[in-house]
Design a protein around this ligand. Structure first.
Ligand SMILES: [Fe+2]
Ligand SMILES: [Fe+2]
Length: 385
């Protein structure tokens, strides 16, 4: 089988539910047909790329997929999505002839990286990812590489990730997985990653680090990484003791782990949340706190910061409506870093705000007695370096 970039002009996505937001950036550049596994209609059966994100443990869905996709056309490429530790589903994907298995939840960068690996794989298979059955592909010599082309999209996605960004994302991945599956998290990964990020930000400008995160990650992971980078930059100013710097970086990595219990449809909802949905979201600080309290021995100061990171000094925050006297210095700093990260990232329901606009909003919050003035002043200093 062979494939070159010019063939990546169309993708068929087969999904359990409605269109996945992860497909939107891809769909803007590559014609992407979205099919519901419950109502499959795949008329074109030659040389296609199929992106399959269904419940591979459901025999009825697997049966429907087999009916639609088999016998397989010579140039078909099957990319399946499965949980990174969901071994039964990964085995099922391989049984169904997966060329690649990418991790759930899918994101646009992951998909783009897979596409570029399909484009760039040499005929001798040297660049074939280990452990994956891959097609033999030709290195592209022709095809559209102009800005905005599928190739450019994929190449952009494979711009080198800063190693500390990767280390931190692996730590976040592990902790989110552990909470979802009720496992004990590997805190060694978290502390190592926090040290790596702190070290990296002594040489890498904070804006470069944050931009690298935005290129390589999306959604809640992106948010946690941005908050961690901002927190590490905060520590670099020298305005807080070394021990507190490490605690702040760890707290930032962990602060939203409770979101692993919030359904993705709520986290990525574009419209205003209902009261019921809001209540679910507002549980995440306590859920994260309880999970970490039961499964780790991290210091109380970090646990408290995780539980209280949405509390505001005037008592208008959640979950408990604590006021200034009950909110620790570490929590106050984490809250400022968290809000700045949230304002400057793109979410399903809002665009990213420029740095200046985000800082103006934070200053308004200081004036209204909601967040700590000295924490904001230090944050501003940290963002200059
Ligand atoms: Fe949060
Ligand atoms: Fe957050």
């Amino acid at each position: 089988m062979s494939l070159n970039t010019s063939k990546i002009d169309r993708i068929t996505a087969i999904l359990d539910t409605g269109p996945d937001p992860a497909l939107m950036p891809i769909g803007r550049r590559i014609r992407t047909k979205v099919c519901d596994i419950n109502n499959l209609d795949i008329p074109e059966r030659s040389g296609g790329i199929y992106l399959i994100d269904i419940d591979l443990r459901d025999p009825r869905k697997v049966g429907r997929l087999r009916e639609a996709l088999y016998p397989r056309a010579a140039d078909d490429v099957y990319i399946f999505a499965a949980g990174s530790r969901d071994h039964p589903s990964r085995v099922q994907a391989m049984n169904l002839g997966a060329n690649h298995v990418i991790n759930k939840p899918m994101d646009a960068v992951q998909i783009a990286k897979t596409l570029v690996s399909l484009c760039e794989m040499a005929p001798d298979g040297k660049s074939r990812p280990r452990g994956q059955r891959s097609p033999v592909l030709t290195t592209p010599t022709t095809g559209d590489r102009s800005p905005g082309s599928p190739y450019a999209l994929a190449a952009e996605a494979t711009a080198a990730a800063i190693p500390s960004v990767t280390a931190a994302s692996e730590a976040i991945d592990d902790i989110f997985w552990a909470m979802q599956e009720n496992f004990i998290p590997d805190m060694g990964l978290v502390t190592d990653a926090s040290v790596t990020v702190l070290k990296a930000l002594t040489t890498v400008p904070v804006d470069d680090w944050l931009t690298n995160v935005r290129i390589h990650h999306e959604g809640t992971y992106q948010h946690c990484l941005l908050a961690t980078g901002v927190a590490a930059a905060f520590g670099k100013t020298g305005k807080i003791p070394v021990a507190l710097r490490k605690q702040l970086a760890v707290a930032a990595l962990l602060h939203d782990v409770g979101k692993s219990a919030v359904p993705r449809r709520i986290l990525e909802k574009r419209n205003i949340l209902t009261d019921g949905e809001m209540e679910i979201v507002r549980r995440h600080p306590v859920d994260g706190y309880e999970f970490l309290r039961k499964t780790t021995s991290i210091p109380d100061a970090i646990l408290t910061a995780v539980r209280d990171h949405h509390e505001l000094l005037d008592g208008s925050g959640y979950p408990a409506g604590r006021t200034a006297g009950d909110i620790s210095p570490l929590t106050r700093v984490l809250t400022v870093c968290d809000i700045y990260a949230a304002l400057t990232e793109r979410r399903a329901y809002k665009p990213a705000l420029p740095k200046e606009t985000a800082l103006k909003i934070l200053h308004d919050m200081v004036e209204r007695g909601k967040i700590d003035a000295s924490a904001l002043a230090t944050l501003e200093t940290s963002l200059k370096g």
